[in-house]
Design a binder for this molecule. Sequence first.
Ligand SMILES: CC(C)(COP(=O)(O)OP(=O)(O)OC[C@H]1O[C@@H](n2cnc3c(N)ncnc32)[C@H](O)[C@@H]1OP(=O)(O)O)[C@@H](O)C(=O)NCCC(=O)NCCS
Length: 168
Amino acid sequence: MNRALPDVRLRVPTDEDAFAWHRIFADPEVMEFHGGKAAELSVYEELTARQRRHDAELGFCLWTMVGPEDEVLGFTGAQPWPRAWGPEGEIEIGWRLGRAHWGKGYVTAAALTTLERVRAAGVSDVVAMVRPGNERSIAVTRRVGMELAEVFTRPTTGEPAHCYRLAL
Ligand SMILES: CC(C)(COP(=O)(O)OP(=O)(O)OC[C@H]1O[C@@H](n2cnc3c(N)ncnc32)[C@H](O)[C@@H]1OP(=O)(O)O)[C@@H](O)C(=O)NCCC(=O)NCCS
């Protein structure tokens, strides 16, 4: 892709960002592959607090993406894979964007910055876990050079979970 990527700032999520994430992700399209309905505010309070701990301990986390007008766009970044199945012990990169901001290259830009930052932090490879059918997310993995490496089974639903990987 030859277009210049848009500017996007990445910051460690603040307390207030939990409210922003809750507000912009309360959208059935955004949540289609995350249970289909809005998550409670408490989910984002826990998630943002956990990211502040990751930043302090590891030097990276799922960052809040901030757009040109200082508006919260979503999150992109990296964290230790948080579940007791799948790529345990690995660093996962992930992304979620408010619906109004899809189609502008923000996540590709933020994912490339994430890869630079985690490489600088000494991480040797990253994974991304994507549900089959989440074509927009699969397109992001492709744009940053990841390849499908493994298929896990979600213990809760028995559904496949595709694990994309990139050596840094
Ligand atoms: C997955 C998700 C983050 C992808 O968002 P996205 O906007 O498609 O991805 P990007 O920000 O990388 O933007 C790429 C799009 O912007 C377009 N674009 C516009 N200007 C661009 C530029 N300068 N550079 C790159 N792409 C640009 C691309 O053509 C592409 O659009 P297209 O697919 O319609 O052709 C978003 O759909 C989302 O949040 N989904 C819900 C949450 C989710 O499922 N998360 C992933 C869980 S694994």
